[in-house]
Design a protein. Structure first.
Length: 263
């Protein structure tokens, strides 16, 4: 695992965006096959999306040959619902870059058969050869995607029930009214994320410090699903200084020094 420590959330976003662009360009050198990118919604990746948009507008990257798969969607929300992750992604990212609509894949929260929708999603990922890079955030309780505490670490895309803590945290997107937050979601599994060739997790702010601690120094366990990143051959956590506050001094120094000598 790599742990990249930047000073601020903006610097975290710039590092992550540059890394994504580098990976897209690297694949372009060797194959005409599309770059397959897994993406999250939520507040943490917003700055990264803004930086990717800036790099696209500056002519540094094209998304015309990028295929995307989003992590999750609320059950019961149609794609055009203002609080759906479909709307979030088109409003905050897809409409601002040159990604082709037919290359955008998102779970349908209004699907008549959610179980089939999840199985079909996994099949679509397999059909394009798997995900090259999965970008994600992490919840305060250490969940990645919507794989809440005690989720199976080999899970695939499925229906999940949200914890009261996650519902409370997401109420800010629903006018701070918890009763409006759907209680179930369709989400990629921990195993789905780990099947990606590279995984990049963003964590910013003191509220994510405990999750970063368990992801880096804690045991590999299903209570903190971020800990599954420990067994990934190309797993990276990018965080700001505040998110490192529960790490041991020696751990902090080790990763800072390691990245210094890698530059």
């Amino acid at each position: 695992m790599r742990l990249i420590i930047e000073k601020t959330p903006v610097e975290v976003a710039k590092w992550a965006a540059r890394y994504i662009v580098e990976q897209i360009k690297q694949k372009e050198k060797f194959t005409p096959s599309p770059f397959v990118l897994g993406l999250p919604a939520g507040s943490t990746p917003l700055e990264t999306y803004r930086e990717l948009i800036r790099l696209h507008e500056a002519g540094e990257v094209s998304f015309a040959n990028v295929v995307t798969f989003n992590m999750d969607e609320y059950v019961g929300l149609a794609a055009d619902h203002p609080r759906s992750f479909h709307s979030y992604m088109w409003n905050n990212f897809f409409s601002r870059v040159d990604v082709r609509p037919e290359n955008v894949h998102m779970l349908d929260g209004a699907a008549e058969d959610p179980v089939k929708e999840c199985a079909d999603y996994e099949a679509r990922i397999a059909d394009v050869g798997g995900i090259d890079l999965f970008l994600g955030g992490v919840g305060e309780d250490g969940h990645i995607a919507f794989n809440e505490p005690f989720s199976s670490l080999t899970s695939r895309t499925r229906i999940k029930t949200l914890t009261p803590e996650t519902i409370a945290a997401n109420a800010r997107f629903f006018g701070d009214d918890e009763s409006l937050v759907p209680h179930t979601v369709l989400t990629v599994g921990v195993g789905t994320v780990l099947s990606a060739r590279k995984v990049l997790i963003l964590a910013t702010g003191r509220r994510k410090a405990r999750a970063v601690y368990h992801g880096v120094e804690g045991s590999y366990n299903h209570k903190w699903t971020i800990s599954a990143l420990q067994i990934h051959p190309n797993g990276i956590i990018v965080c700001d200084e505040e998110a490192t506050e529960q790490l041991r001094v020696g751990t902090y120094r080790y990763f800072k020094e390691s990245e210094h000598y890698c530059r």
